[in-house]
Design a protein around this ligand. Structure first.
Ligand code: BDR
Ligand code: CA
Length: 313
């Protein structure tokens, strides 16, 4: 039997983060070695609480949860994503907090420690603002040398943003952190918001998956209700789960049907474009291709991974 790939997830749960984490829990080839938590969708107090609760519901209290940065590196963002995920980040469904607490180690330190413990094998997946990873890089710039593969959910590669006209939420929440990370990693895989929009699934189908008798599906049905309603009102018949698509790409990269490698940089200054990811499609800057951009993923495979993650347990 081959050894499982160690998987560290940096995340700000978040309804779509939760689905992605359940997909990781259900994967036979990967072993989740930790959840490092950032502020983003909602405040850190909630994102940590949500991560702990999800582990409890999934029967995965063996996975350490590390609280990280409670605000962006430099500037406070104008808004969080509570309008999408609920004020508590998990649909305001009023669940009892988990019995367990987060570890005492800071997320940035845990990222560095785990990168040493799993040097050369670690799969690092970022599903939230990149604050913790940027801080880890500032503490130890050699981090990328020990990460075998780095997958980021973030950006909008042709500037069709979601939180602003040009910028995607995770990058716009902490553009300086995204800048630090994009400059430090010579190669990373990018699943952006535009790929998310190209890979929605029908609400009716998702509702069927959510009928599974597992505790995971029962909990997910509850915490996703509010955001599913918001999405149906706003975006119509398709439901989009950015972090789930990124996780499908992370777990099964051979499901990608179209990829493009290009230089991607983060706009820090623009009055209208702060937090936008500027993709050098024509390779005019002379910069090296740092991002492998996901343009297409096998939709049936993506949906099968989601359905199985909900039914598992
Ligand atoms: C990203 O922003 C967050 O609201 C989601 O959890 C996802 O990580 C999508 O832009
Ligand atoms: Ca997220």
């Amino acid at each position: 039997m081959t050894k499982k790939i160690p998987l560290l997830i940096d995340t700000d749960p978040g309804v779509d983060d939760a689905l992605a984490i359940l997909m990781a829990f259900n994967d036979a080839d990967h072993e989740v070695v930790g959840l490092s938590i950032a502020a983003g969708n909602v405040g850190l107090e909630y994102t940590v609480r949500n991560a702990l609760k999800l582990c409890e519901v999934a029967g995965r209290d063996d996975i350490p949860v590390f609280a990280g940065c409670d605000s962006p590196l430099v500037l406070a963002p104008r808004e969080d994503a509570a309008h999408v995920h609920g004020r508590d980040g998990f649909g305001d469904s009023g669940f009892e907090p988990a019995a367990r607490e987060a570890e005492s180690e800071h997320a940035a330190l845990a990222i560095l420690r785990l990168s040493h413990e799993h040097a050369g094998r670690l799969l690092l997946v970022a599903l939230g603002p990149l604050t913790n990873i940027a801080l880890a890089l500032k503490l130890d710039p050699t981090l990328p040398q020990r990460v075998a593969r780095f997958v980021v959910m973030g950006g909008a590669v042709s500037a069709h943003g979601n939180i602003t006209a040009a910028a995607e939420f995770n990058v716009a929440f902490d553009p300086e952190a995204a800048h630090v990370v994009f400059e430090a990693f010579p190669h990373f895989d990018l699943a952006d918001w535009e790929a998310t929009i190209a890979h929605g699934f029908h609400h009716q189908k998702a509702e069927r998956w959510l009928q599974a008798a597992s505790p995971r599906a029962r909990f997910y049905d509850r915490i996703s209700l509010q955001t599913r309603k918001w999405s149906a009102d706003r975006r119509g018949e398709l439901w989009h789960s950015a972090d789930a698509l990124a996780m499908a790409f992370a777990l099964q990269p051979d499901g990608a049907t179209r990829l493009a490698e290009r230089p991607v940089q983060v706009e820090l200054a623009g009055a209208l474009t702060r937090g936008a990811t500027v993709t050098d499609w024509n390779r005019q800057t002379g910069r090296p291709d740092n991002a492998r951009i996901l343009l297409g993923y096998d939709q049936a495979r993506f949906e099968a991974l989601v359905e199985a993650a909900l039914a598992a347990g």
